[in-house]
Design a protein around this ligand. Sequence first.
Ligand SMILES: NC(=O)c1ccc[n+]([C@@H]2O[C@H](COP(=O)([O-])OP(=O)(O)OC[C@H]3O[C@@H](n4cnc5c(N)ncnc54)[C@H](O)[C@@H]3O)[C@@H](O)[C@H]2O)c1
Length: 311
Amino acid sequence: MNIVVTGAAGFIGSNVADAYIKAGHNVIIIDDLSSGNRENVNKKAEFHHLNINDPKVEDIFKNNKIDVVNHHAAQIDVRKSVADPVFDATSNVLGIIRLLEYCRKYDVPRFIFSSTAGAIYGEPEYIPADEKHPIRPLAPYGVSKFCGERYIQYYHDLFDQDYVILRYPNVYGPRQDPHGEAGVVAIFSGLLLEGKQPKIFGSGEATRDYLFVGEIVRANLIVLDKGTNKLMNLGTGIETSVNDLFGKMRDIIGADVEAIHMPDRPGEVQGISIDASFAKKTIGWQTKITLEEGLARTIDFFRDKMKVEAK
Ligand SMILES: NC(=O)c1ccc[n+]([C@@H]2O[C@H](COP(=O)([O-])OP(=O)(O)OC[C@H]3O[C@@H](n4cnc5c(N)ncnc54)[C@H](O)[C@@H]3O)[C@@H](O)[C@H]2O)c1
């Protein structure tokens, strides 16, 4: 298949693009490198250094018969979305509308969208939160991602655009940058490996549902031909507090440091886990890797990266 992967110089998109290439697909990457890194771009992919809002993106659709758009490019920094909601919406709302327009115009059969489960439900009424949970984002980032979902639904209803929407929890793993929704694992890895003290904001008892990026990749492979016109959560259903995460990572690394406790940051969800039973029912996806295993693999990645950088 010819697959356009947007945002594949970034953390999750690059892992997905690698897997598509490994599975024998032809991958075209669109990324403006605003938060991504050229090093993450798979050498076997055709790379276009472009913002998804750039009119030149249309040429890619004009010149290739695209089978799937897998849309990962986004402004993902929650605090930045609060500081500059216009920038956030330009990337996350206008960007997806343009891509959907090209899909309509050039008959792209499938649109896969990486949405968020961690930033869309707000402070949950119940956990684990399923897809029927009320939508109450606490920041413009969650609003813009939800808006993208609604545009997809609109293009489906009016123009029969086939789609799959995957709502991710807090994703962690190799290539993650210490920003965004689940940057905490990358931040802790870097500091603990250097024997430095990470900061924990508030009591550290706030919980999240942490999912290893390899599990996300597996779902993106499955939905190339399954889950048509379905919206589904991905997650483990397990709450993990920041204190627990810190403890587990410290044990894996064998670091003898304590965290520095800082005042709470307002506007953050206090506790969430995500119900992915619909994904299990619809596409047969469920998590296989434990948090300990995923953290160990992530720490190995950052340890190797530090060794290379030190040379
Ligand atoms: N990381 C998470 O925990 C998480 C959770 C839920 C959803 N998601 C979603 O997954 C996707 C990927 O997230 P990530 O963590 O890999 O982030 P990332 O910042 O590592 O990757 C995003 C990529 O998109 C590129 N990009 C941003 N705006 C662009 C634009 N306008 N035009 C072209 N390229 C652009 C960046 O350069 C970067 O390479 C995003 O859509 C995000 O909303 C991530």
